[in-house]
Design a protein around this ligand. Structure first.
Ligand SMILES: Nc1ncnc2c1ncn2[C@@H]1O[C@H](COP(=O)(O)OP(=O)(O)OP(=O)(O)O)[C@@H](O)[C@H]1O
Length: 234
């Protein structure tokens, strides 16, 4: 297991947001982190990254992660693609990529192989890119450096269907190289990418197992995610 989470608890602004989350992320493939709005998916990623105070146990690559500085976890290969993408709007695509480089030999070959469009748009200001193109920049930045695990938060949110498909195709290729913990509301994307699934409910782990088992269980998807399984088939 590349990530083991046990009894993870987070209190923010007087609320007990996470109340004993527990799950593992396998060394390969995509683990989907699911649940209705506000159940604590993003907070779980931020707790793993050391961005919010948390108690419990998080083992990243066999070593305790809680209490370690975020930049040390990132240096040790914990890549994060946040939900809001955080590209520098006033800088060009090339400048956004260059700023992300942390190692002597960044993997520009991989990035331009996955995202040929970014080479063509190297001189364009990132703020003028479409949402999908900005998402590509956000993913590309992380891939320039070596990673042991990627945390990717709602990468397809707000994107047009064709762009959702393009982002899913990229993540599918990335997942052959590095495991991904993926927060994703689009069940068609989950169905395509995820090997394992974890569902949070009210700050706790309500379900964990094979993604295909969850998605083929109409009662479970309805009660845990609030959707019928047919919603995930299109
Ligand atoms: N800094 C904070 N202070 C107080 N409450 C917070 C803070 N950050 C998040 N919360 C609350 O914690 C709960 C979980 O938020 P979180 O963003 O983790 O949920 P989520 O499952 O990712 O939701 P969504 O699917 O809507 O993005 C929400 O009720 C949110 O309002």
């Amino acid at each position: 297991m590349i990530l083991k989470i046990n009894d993870l608890s987070v209190r923010l602004g007087g609320s007990h947001i996470l109340q004993g989350v527990a799950f593992d992320v396998a060394e390969t493939g995509v683990t989907a982190l699911l649940g209705r709005n506000g159940v604590g998916k993003t907070t779980t990623l931020r707790a793993v990254l050391g961005e919010v105070p948390a108690t419990g146990e998080v083992l990243f690559d066999g070593r305790p992660a809680l209490g370690r500085a975020t930049h040390r976890l990132v240096r040790d290969g914990l890549g994060y693609v946040p939900e809001d993408r955080c590209v520098f709007a006033g800088l060009t695509v090339a400048e956004n990529l260059r700023l992300a480089v942390r190692v002597p030999s960044p993997d520009f070959d991989l990035v331009f192989d996955l995202f040929p469009e970014l080479r063509q748009r190297a001189g364009q200001r990132a703020g003028t890119l479409s949402g999908g193109q900005q998402q590509m920049v956000a993913i590309a930045r992380v891939l320039l450096n070596p990673n042991r695990l990627l945390l990717v938060d709602e990468p397809t949110k707000g994107l047009a269907p064709a762009v959702v498909t393009a982002v899913a195709a990229v993540l599918e290729r990335v997942a052959t190289r590095v495991p991904i913990l993926l927060v994703e509301q689009n069940l068609a994307v989950v169905r395509r990418l995820a090997t394992d699934a974890v569902v949070l409910e009210a700050g706790r782990t309500a379900w964990r197992g094979r993604a295909a088992d969850l998605l083929s269980d109409a009662d479970a998807t309805r009660s845990l995610l609030g959707v019928g399984t047919t919603a995930g088939r299109h």
